[in-house]
Structure formats: structure tokens, C-alpha cells
Design a protein around this ligand. Structure first.
Ligand code: AMP
Length: 424
């Protein structure tokens, strides 16, 4: 079948790399793609926000499955529009994508279905929100409703910080002013990312991962979209995985079906593993980036039938096989990220890096200039590796990083530290 992937990051490169190996994939396209994805798929300059253009392309190229990478098009209803045009699409409907698009919606769904999550209240006015935080005290968490590309959350250590965050969100400190904010109790524990594949009725566990959000070594400095990840997450024991399925994922899938918005696609639960068990921090309605990269390296089964089964409501009798190995990815970013950074700097040594045993280099933000590869974004490369354990995957990934000659870039040097410490 002909398949179209929507997106342009390392997540989409990992999906393209995995699907390119499927005997079911005849011709793979990616819109808009990047220089690395171009090795696996034909990249097309489509505007993903223009649903009509995407539908016309699918009709012209006889696309039988569209796989949507990022949350933006999902929340904009691209799956609904493609399906209406008779084109199979993997991912949730606009209505179901509210699990990521609206924190208030998700918190209310959790409360109504006894899904463990931090206590909270929703506010439309700064005054009431400030009264609430004064009553509750710090630390406390302030979130804007709506998509915020990972920048919508302030974990306030003091009341002064919490009040400033409330003013900033209603005042529109970052982007448009929030129409509603959610204020939550601060959870304490270890974070993990859990992924499940859902077909509207049935959910099957994929795998868990952990990522590093802070830009600097030792988990210091500003938050980013993610500077690295590894899988499996040592904290996610077999028992903990089962608890997450029973207490969080299954009740969510049942609740979404009952609401008339059955959830199909990847459900990505951001978790806090507390002393009393798993708590949901947030849902995302797609694969994580860079978590997808480590998941794809560990997935032994063909991805294409799994995505089709999720789309077709046929996961009930489906099973996926995984390599027992661990995997790890190191994000290489342009110097200055997550602040201002330069585009267009030259990257060399990619072929040498890819020759290190167990290594795949996924491109997150690159463009080709003839035979040269140039940086074209904040997060630019995901140097990824498999190994018998996290330590071996880490050693291999950093051996590959050392082969890459990119004076305009940097990476963290301690991705996976927590897991490696546990292993030793
Ligand atoms: P989110 O965008 O909701 O995933 O939040 C981003 C980050 O903020 C999370 O990965 C956590 O580190 C932190 N965070 C969000 N909500 C809470 C909470 N209720 N308690 C503690 N930390 C939180």
C-alpha cells in the first residue's frame, strides 16, 4: 500500500524508518519531511494545515493510509477530514484529541472516572485563581488550557511564583492569553512516559520510556521539547505497567467511547510514579518525540499492520513483539536552543556515526543542500542506539555522537543516567 506520513521531526523519521522495512509498504511519502526522512520516503512540500491539499494529494497518489505524527493536525481534525474523504488515517478524531488539546477536559474526565491524577480546579479569572493558590499554598502547578508545545506549565515553588504564573497565562506571556487555566496539586515521584495503542475499544500496551526535559547535564537549565530518552524505563515494572493499564488507560478508553468520542491512535500518558502508585500528569494524543525513536528501535513486529488494526478497530486479537534490548537516544541541538539559535550550520560525519554498532541517526531538523546536510531547527539530530542494557545503548550512542562534526551543535552528556545508575 501507499502510505503518507505527516510531520517533519525525529519522530516522523523513526516512523518512516520503521515503516520502510514493512513488506506492506509499497511507496512511502512524507509531508513535509526532512533530509533524513528523504532516505526512507519521498518528501513532498504539502502544507499540512491545508486539509484539502492533503486530501487531493492522497487521491492523486492512491494513498491507503495516512499516519499523523504531531498533535497540531490531529487537534485541527485532519483525521476526520481524511476519513470523510474515504482515506484511512491513523490517529484520533478532533473530538478525541481533546485529551491533549484541553487539560480541563482531561481533568474532568479523570475525576468522573476515578482515574488517578493530581487534585485540581479550573479558573477563568485571575482573582479567583489567586485566592485558590493562597488557600492551597505552594508548591503548586499552574497550567494553561490548550496546546502549548510543552511551555504551558509552571511548577511554582512559592506563592509569588504561582501568582506571577497566573498573571502571565491570563495576560498571554507566551502566545495568546489563556481563556482558562487549571491549577493542580504538585505530585512527587519519578516521571515516566507510557504508550498504548487504541482502536476505540481495546487498548494494548506498547512500551514505556523516560525522557530528559531540561537542556543541561544533571537535569539543569530551562525546559525543552526533550534532550534524550531511553526505553525501557526501569521504574515501569511489569506490575506497574499493569496498574497503568487497569487504573488509567482502560478506564480512559471506556470513558471516551461512552462520550461518543472513541479514542483511536497512540495514547501517550505522562505519568508520575508516586509512593501510592501511578498518577496521570497529562495525555498526549500521539507518539512522543524523542520517545518514539527509542520505541521504534525496540519494536520487533511490523508497525504497519498494528496501525491499521488500530484504525480498523481490530486490536482485540493483536499482539506486538519487542526486542528485549534497551534503546537510548541523544538529541543534538543547535547552540542556543531552547533560546535563539542559528540555522544553516554544516553537519558532517553522519555516515561514520551510523556505522557504530546498533546505531541509527534520526534527523529531527535538517535540510539537504546538494550533498551537504545543514541544521534547520532547534533539535536537529537524534543519535539513537540499541544495546543489551541502557548502559550499552548509551555507550554506543555517545560513540556515534563523537563521530559527528558539527561545531554549531551541542548535546547533553548524561542521557540515561538514572537507569544506568540503577543497572550498576
Ligand atoms: P505537562 O505539559 O502537563 O506534561 O507538564 C510538563 C511537566 O511539568 C511535567 O513533565 C512535569 O515535570 C511537570 N508537572 C506537570 N504537572 C505536574 C504536577 N501536578 N505535579 C508535579 N509536576 C508536574
Amino acid at each position: 500500500m501507499n502510505i503518507l506520513i505527516l510531520g517533519s521531526g525525529g519522530r516522523e523519521h523513526a516512523l518512516a524508518w520503521k515503516m520502510a522495512g514493512s513488506p506492506l509498504a509499497d511507496k512511502l511519502y512524507c509531508a513535509p519531511g526532512n533530509a533524513g526522512i528523504a532516505r526512507e520516503a519521498e518528501c513532498v512540500a504539502l502544507d499540512v494545515a491545508d486539509h484539502r491539499a492533503v486530501i487531493s494529494f492522497c487521491q492523486a497518489k492512491k494513498i491507503e493510509l495516512v499516519v499523523v505524527g504531531p498533535e497540531g493536525p490531529l487537534c485541527a481534525g485532519i483525521v476526520d477530514d481524511l476519513e470523510k474523504a474515504g482515506i484511512k488515517a491513523f490517529g484520533p478524531s478532533k473530538w478525541a484529541a481533546r485529551l491533549e488539546g484541553s487539560k480541563g477536559f482531561t481533568k474532568d474526565l479523570c475525576k468522573a472516572n476515578k482515574i488517578p491524577t493530581a487534585g485540581y480546579e479550573r479558573f477563568k479569572h485571575a482573582g479567583e485563581a489567586k485566592d485558590y493558590v493562597r488557600r492551597k499554598g505552594a508548591p503548586i502547578v499552574v497550567k494553561a488550557d490548550g496546546l502549548a508545545a510543552g511551555k504551558g506549565v509552571v511548577v511554582a515553588e512559592t506563592l509569588v511564583e504561582a501568582e506571577a504564573a497566573i498573571d502571565m497565562k491570563f495576560g498571554g506571556g507566551l502566545g495568546a492569553p489563556a481563556w482558562e487555566i487549571v491549577i493542580e496539586d504538585c505530585l512527587v515521584g519519578e516521571e515516566a512516559s507510557f504508550f498504548a495503542l487504541c482502536d476505540g475499544e481495546t487498548a494494548i500496551a506498547l512500551a514505556a520510556a523516560q525522557d530528559h526535559k531540561r537542556v543541561g547535564d544533571g537535569d539543569k537549565g530551562p525546559n525543552t521539547g526533550g534532550m534524550g530518552a531511553y526505553s525501557p524505563a526501569p521504574i515501569m515494572t511489569t506490575e506497574m505497567n499493569q496498574r497503568v493499564m487497569d487504573e488509567i488507560i482502560h478506564p480512559t478508553v471506556r470513558a471516551m467511547k461512552a462520550l461518543g468520542a472513541p479514542y483511536k491512535g497512540v495514547l501517550f500518558a505522562g505519568l508520575m510514579i508516586t509512593k501510592s502508585g501511578p498518577q496521570l500528569i497529562e495525555y498526549n494524543v500521539r507518539f512522543g518525540d524523542p520517545e518514539c525513536q527509542v520505541l521504534m528501535l525496540r519494536l520487533m513486529s511490523d508497525l504497519v499492520p498494528a496501525l491499521l488494526a488500530a484504525r480498523d478497530g481490530q486490536l482485540k486479537n493483536f499482539d506486538l513483539r519487542w526486542y528485549p534490548d534497551a534503546s537510548l537516544t541523544v538529541v543534538m541541538a543547535a547552540k542556543g536552543y531552547p533560546g535563539n539559535y542559528q540555522r544553516g550550520t554544516l553537519i558532517e560525519g553522519l555516515d561514520e556515526a551510523a556505522q557504530v554498532e546498533g546505531v541509527e541517526v534520526f534527523h529531527a531538523g535538517t535540510k539537504a543542500d546538494g550533498a551537504r546536510i545543514l541544521a534547520n531547527g532547534g533539535r536537529v539530530l537524534n543519535v539513537s542506539a540499541r544495546g543489551r542494557n541502557v548502559r550499552e545503548a548509551q555507550t554506543r550512542a555517545y560513540a556515534a555522537v563523537d563521530k559527528i562534526k558539527w561545531p554549531g551543535g551541542f548535546c547533553r552528556h548524561d542521557i540515561g543516567w538514572r537507569a544506568v545508575k540503577r543497572e550498576t
